[in-house]
Design a protein. Sequence first.
Length: 151
Amino acid sequence: MLNHIVLMGRLVRDPELRRTGSGVAVAAFSLAVDRDFAPRDGGEKETDFIDIVAWRNTAEFVSKYFTKGRMAVVSGRLQIRTWTDKDGNKRRSAEVIADNVYFGDSKRDGGQSGMDTTYPSGQSLGGYAAPASAPSSDFAMLEDDDAELPF
């Protein structure tokens, strides 16, 4: 069986980070995802609002670097949850359990993430940050010389 979903949209609100009783991080947020087509009557494209739940390191990453309006790409699985409301009615809700969350825009486009996205040489990372544990001395600029390639 296959249950995999990939969504790209903008955060409707800032992620809400909480912790379980045992201290596990869980973040909840919603994505506004535009449909690929417009209605035949010429109206505007419709937007779906999809609830996302991220756990552990992914939850902490999302709560630290994503804010309302930021474009995100979410990869995960669809989960249908059943619950009983305060009136005793059985309810169902669909949510995406995020395995990975990626930046969908660059820092210039809409991110107030506060991340430094340049190498010490001044070369841009295009909105993505290098791992904090990677020392900058391990990186070196490569020559763009294709003369020695065998093909």
